[in-house]
Design a protein. Structure first.
Length: 340
């Protein structure tokens, strides 16, 4: 899903390195039958992960029963054809990533690092179609292996090699090369986060450990707070995903799933602006429907919800209408499912 845009001392960094358990291994990979219970805490600015709210956000995430947290350091490119990914003033600093991973692990949370490439103008990253593919993939490999090395240093339990880059994900040869470069520097399990309308066209699942899907399927044509109606909407999708998992011999992880608390959210889960009317009951029903639809399915590896609270003064969507479940009925749905 398209995300909205938005110095430590040597001694302090040494403490963080100890907390993070530097080196390979860390918390270890997910067990083959583990159901991942995750929530994403994105960063929109260079110091977001250094903010004083970080510790409280992670405590709140853990209190839902979540066992995983996802972090999303982001590079940017200016245009979809001739630009290359680069850091910007909105890219979370490496030191802030070190700090937030250390905090998460000290609270017993496993970490997936899921670096993003976004567009400076806030456009859809799926539209990136580089004119010079060799140059773009060279730059992308530099970007993603930078974070793979950081993931290894910090003992991160799982790593995503890309997110929703549908304009490039049909290029098996170049993506396989990128994945091989990542495996040279990081030895944990790998996934790629394909959008719900992209995953079937991705041609390199065999090089990865998990199929990642950002699960923003529309489930209803009109507003509804009826979980049963929404669960019915999942039925053909469940059958489709089960067959795909069997063909690929891989489990499927929802690397993202989420719903704004707006009226009609399940009709366009990928949209930040479905309505100007609040719809917390509809958000809650959508959470319930997803967890019900996939409960007990061995091929389903779990879900990483998009997203927890935004950082103060950085959110472009009013909190009562935003993706966060915090303080809304959807949070209680998570507690019922995850704190058994």
């Amino acid at each position: 899903m398209r995300a909205l845009r938005r110095a430590a001392t040597v001694a302090a960094m040494a403490v963080l390195a100890v907390l993070a358990g530097c080196g390979a291994g860390g918390d270890g990979p997910p067990a083959p039958d583990e159901r991942i219970r995750g929530i994403t805490l994105p960063a929109w600015g260079v110091d977001d992960y250094d903010r004083p709210e970080a510790r409280e956000y992670l405590r709140q995430i853990a209190d839902t029963g979540a066992r995983w947290v996802v972090f999303t350091p982001t590079w940017y490119q200016n245009g979809t054809v001739r630009s290359l990914p680069r850091t910007s003033e909105e890219t979370a600093s490496d030191n802030s990533v070190r700090r937030i991973v250390a905090l998460a692990r000290s609270m017993g949370l496993k970490v997936m690092l899921k670096p993003h490439v976004d567009l400076v103008d806030g456009g859809d990253r799926a539209e990136i179609r580089p004119a010079d593919r060799d140059a773009w993939f060279t730059a992308y490999e530099r970007f993603i292996t930078h974070y793979a090395r950081l993931a290894r240093e910090l003992g991160v339990a799982q790593f995503a090699v890309g997110t929703e880059l549908a304009g490039t994900s049909g290029d098996r040869r170049r993506w396989t090369k990128v994945i091989a470069a990542v495996r040279e520097v990081y030895d944990g399990p790998l996934t790629y986060a394909a959008n719900y309308d992209e995953y079937a066209r991705v041609r390199f699942w065999g090089a990865l450990d998990l199929i990642g899907v950002d699960a923003y399927w529309p489930l209803a044509e009109s507003a509804t707070a009826d979980p049963a109606r929404l669960a019915k909407g999942w039925r053909p999708i469940v059958a489709e995903l089960a067959a795909f998992a069997a063909r690929q011999n891989r489990r499927i992880l929802f690397t993202e799933a989420g719903y704004v608390s707006q009226r009609g959210t399940a009709s366009a889960p990928y949209s930040w602006t479905v309505s100007e009317r609040a719809g917390a009951a509809e958000q809650s029903a959508a959470y319930q429907a997803l967890l019900t639809a996939f409960d007990g399915r061995a091929w389903w590896a779990g879900v990483c919800w998009w997203m927890w609270d935004d950082w103060p003064d950085s959110g472009e969507t009013e909190r009562r209408l935003a993706y966060t479940p915090h303080g809304k009925p959807a949070e209680e749905v998570l507690r019922r499912w995850w704190r058994e």
